[in-house]
Structure formats: C-alpha cells, structure tokens
Write a protein of this length. Structure first.
Length: 103
C-alpha cells in the first residue's frame, strides 16, 4: 500500500464514465458511417450490374439487327444481279430479233 491512501489506480485502466460514453458514441457514429458506406457501395454494385446486363442486351439486339441487315443486303444484291441478268438477256434478244419477246 502506497502513500496515496491505499489505492493505486492508473487512469489508463479505469477511464471515467464520461470519456467511456463519449468513446462509445464516437464508435457508434463511425460504425453508422461504415454501414452507410457499405450500403451505398452495394447499391453502386447493383446499379453497375443492371447497367451491364442492359448493355449486353442492347449489344445482342444490335448484333441480331446487323445479321438481319447483312442478310437483307445480300438478298437485295442477289435481286439486283438477277434484274441485271434479265435486262442483259432482254437487250440481247432485242438485238437478235429486233423486238422484245412477247409475253
């Protein structure tokens, strides 16, 4: 037992109730901020995932449209070649016989 009346208490091992309450309040505030940050980050992730899915769907639709356009173009080219061949045959027939064939 020392000179201080028999009690040897360090301020580090037994903080006052006031400072403990303040520390708890600060920690609760920090936890609350972390929770909000996590919630916000999760919403950002969900939003990004939804945007990625929508972008992929638009890309797939664009590819399908491009394939359809290519098929349509090929069909039009084939039709134009057929028309050109028919015109060539008509011109040849006209030159050979002097008049277009009668239907």
């Amino acid at each position: 037992v020392g000179e201080g009346g028999g009690q040897n208490v360090s301020p580090q091992t037994s903080p006052s109730k006031n400072s403990t309450g303040k520390l708890k309040k600060e920690m609760a505030g920090q936890v609350s901020r972390y929770e909000r940050a996590v919630h916000s980050a999760w919403e950002d992730i969900q939003r990004a995932k939804k945007q990625a899915e929508e972008t992929e769907a638009r890309f797939d639709r664009s590819q399908a449209l491009a394939r359809q356009s290519a098929a349509d173009k090929e069909e039009m080219e084939t039709t134009l070649l057929d028309v050109a061949a028919d015109l060539e045959n008509l011109a040849r027939n006209y030159r050979q016989h002097g008049s277009p064939p009668m239907a």
